[in-house]
Design a protein around this ligand. Structure first.
Ligand SMILES: Nc1ncnc2c1ncn2[C@@H]1O[C@H](COP(=O)(O)OP(=O)(O)OP(=O)(O)O)[C@@H](O)[C@H]1O
Ligand SMILES: Cc1ncsc1CCO
Ligand SMILES: [Mg+2]
Length: 273
């Protein structure tokens, strides 16, 4: 199947700005089952943007937490038996409560066990959003994956796979890269904001997935939610790049700029096609 190319219609800059206002007003609780590399930075990203993180990734509490959270992030970056069991529980809790959940299939394709975990979770209850780099999205559709957790494909090359997954699961698929591509299987939104420094710090994509879980808690249209997260994150990255001397100061500045970003600046600065 070829990728759809319907131009942006309902996803407009004003809607993305309104989504950021909704995130700040709602301050949703976002449960994160994420990897050990990025946990603290992910929590800080959510706080800076205006959401409320809680990193509950044990099988004893994950289901109950997903029942009360506004959104759930499941990121398979450093899976262990315990956290994999917790992911199953969290997805069950999300299914019971109708809580939107986001899958970040870190390293899918490159490593077999986590690829099976991702497929198993997808088979239990459809996520609101699958967010990954192009190689990870291709891997979920039968591809071979990237170089470890690094993507080696361009986002546009993953759009046939993203479209197929979106149709199969009834979810949004967000493919990150120089130009981020977001689709619900019918509509495609491209966001061309961002900074190359995002590829020089670990966990940018992981933090973006957490933001998507936050936006799905406050925005009903999941295409808008995933696009708003992308716009907010990449616009903050552009401002952070201006303040940074390199990856270290960039990562710190990105938190500052997420906190400072105003909804009007989202509407003014986002580059959609
Ligand atoms: N070449 C690039 N130029 C500018 N921005 C980029 C580039 N590649 C990725 N990005 C941005 O970096 C962020 C993370 O995307 P990326 O594709 O690197 O995710 P990822 O590989 O899943 O990251 P990680 O696994 O390290 O968390 C996105 O906001 C995306 O817009
Ligand atoms: C570096 C790394 N290894 C496993 S998860 C992770 C964070 C970026 O995906
Ligand atoms: Mg990733």
């Amino acid at each position: 199947m070829s990728a759809p190319s319907t131009p942006v219609d309902t996803v407009d800059p004003g809607g993305l700005a309104a989504a950021l206002s909704a995130l700040r007003e709602g301050a949703p609780l976002v449960q994160c089952l994420t990897n050990v590399v990025v946990a603290q930075w992910t929590a800080n990203t959510l706080l800076a943007a205006g959401a409320s993180p809680v990193m509950v990734d044990n099988p004893q509490e994950a289901r109950a937490c997903a029942g009360v959270a506004g959104g759930v992030l499941v990121n398979v970056g450093t899976p262990q038996e315990e956290t994999a069991a917790a992911m199953t529980e969290a997805v069950a809790g999300a299914a019971e409560a109708g809580t939107p959940w986001v899958l970040d299939p870190v390293g899918a394709g490159a490593l077999a066990w986590r690829t099976r975990i991702a497929h198993d979770l997808l088979g239990r209850h459809a996520p609101a959003v699958i967010r990954g780099n192009a190689s990870e999205i291709l891997a979920l559709d039968g591809g071979t994956g990237g170089k470890g957790v690094e993507g080696v494909d361009a986002a546009e090359d993953a759009m046939p796979a993203a479209t197929a997954l979106a149709h199969e699961l009834g979810c949004v698929v967000a493919v990150s890269g120089r130009v981020d591509h977001v689709t619900d299987g019918e509509r495609v939104v491209r966001v061309s904001n961002g900074s190359p420094l995002l590829t020089k710090v670990t966990g940018a994509g992981c933090a973006l997935g957490a933001l998507m879980a936050g936006f799905t808690a406050v925005v009903a249209d999941r295409l808008v939610a995933a696009t708003a997260a992308t716009a907010v994150f990449t616009l903050a990255a552009e401002a952070a790049q201006r303040a940074a001397r390199g990856p270290g100061s960039f990562a710190v500045a990105l938190l500052d700029e997420l906190d400072r970003l105003q909804p009007a600046a989202v509407a003014d600065g986002v580059r959609l096609s």
